[in-house]
Design a protein around this ligand. Structure first.
Ligand code: GAL
Length: 318
């Protein structure tokens, strides 16, 4: 994968998967990410070799099916009170043909209990970033159209930049709360459709965004950026012995702009010589969002197990 350039799918079309996430399922890597064209919100590509990406579908659009299962937004609730059906209100929440909302940082996990693919993301109303909600969508297949289940503030908290992390059969949703000042970790319910408990409030007052979690040799690592909008800043990492345990202080990761990038996710890949971890990030162009590109760098570890990256023009993931 070449760094800092536009990427194309196997049909030769530009690849749109920013702020994204990859899910490995039945031999395929599925790459989900932001697609801001027209009425599209999230697109899905897949690859077996982590080099050639086949476009699969627009996973979530303004016209996606909606269902008010478990998660009900404030909007849905107020319309229900007004005598309207909640699902109609959720369609409105998605923009319909009214106006574009903002769906950012989509992440997808497979739930073994229900057999559903569950997407969590950051929802904003399209006019400002004041709603600060997470949203949930589900699908029976990894590369089908997801059903949107609405947005909400977990336990009433603001929720912006976010990620998912699965640890065995337990999944966590991590998101920036209190106007991005703190990073909350929520353990999800068994079906991954709701937050079950807020288990941590990390680095209060440190304004960490773009969280990305991975586990290596029994230790948990979290990368994050500082909060400067589309402009890149110094990345940091921290570690813990368990997701719900005590997290370390923040340590520097990359250079002062993290090589002009912001974390999207970390991809673990098992190869013949063991497990490798890749830092996959966005190099945003805040003035021209569609000129944003991607960064792929292998995460290396020093003797103490501290992660670091060095810049290279390209990276072999597979
Ligand atoms: C960044 C965030 C992006 C997007 C952007 C908007 O800090 O990581 O996902 O929300 O702000 O300015």
């Amino acid at each position: 994968m070449k760094n800092g350039v536009k990427l194309y799918d196997t049909d030769g079309n530009e690849l749109h998967a920013h702020g994204g996430h990859m899910l490995f399922h039945n031999g395929w890597y599925y790459w989900y990410g932001e697609d801001r064209r027209d009425n599209i919100y999230v697109s899905c590509y897949r690859s077996a070799d982590l080099e050639h990406w086949e476009f699969r579908c627009h996973s979530l659009t303004a016209d996606s099916p909606t269902a008010p299962i478990r998660v009900r937004s404030d909007l849905a609730l107020s319309h229900e009170i007004a005598g309207e059906r909640a699902d109609i209100a959720i369609v409105r929440e998605m923009g319909g043909n009214r106006c574009r909302v903002n769906i950012e940082r989509p992440k997808v996990l497979y739930n073994r209990l229900t057999g559903k693919f569950v997407m969590w993301m950051h929802y904003e109303n399209g006019m400002n970033y004041h709603d600060a909600r997470c949203a949930v969508a589900t699908c029976d297949t990894p590369d089908g159209e997801f059903t949107y289940h609405g947005s909400f503030n977990p336990f009433g908290c603001m929720s912006r930049d976010c990620t998912l992390f699965e640890d065995g059969d337990t999944a966590y949703f991590i998101s920036a709360a209190r106007d991005n000042a703190d990073l909350h970790v929520y353990r999800l319910s068994e079906d991954y459709l709701n937050v079950d408990e807020q288990v941590k409030s990390l680095w209060q007052g440190e304004y960490r965004e773009a969280p990305a979690v991975f586990k290596r040799e029994g230790k948990y690592y979290m990368l994050s950026s500082f909060c400067t909008g589309w402009a890149p800043n110094q990345g940091k990492w921290a570690s813990a012995d368990s997701m719900e345990g005590r997290w370390s202080m923040l340590h520097l990761f990359g250079d002062e702009t993290t090589y002009r990038s912001q974390p999207a996710f970390v991809l673990p890949v098992t190869k013949d010589d063991g497990e490798h971890f890749y830092y996959i990030a966005d190099r945003w162009n805040g003035k021209q969002y569609f000129d944003s590109t991607y960064i792929f760098l292998e995460i290396q570890f020093d003797e103490a197990g501290n992660p670091y990256i060095e810049y290279a023009d390209e990276c072999v993931l597979g």
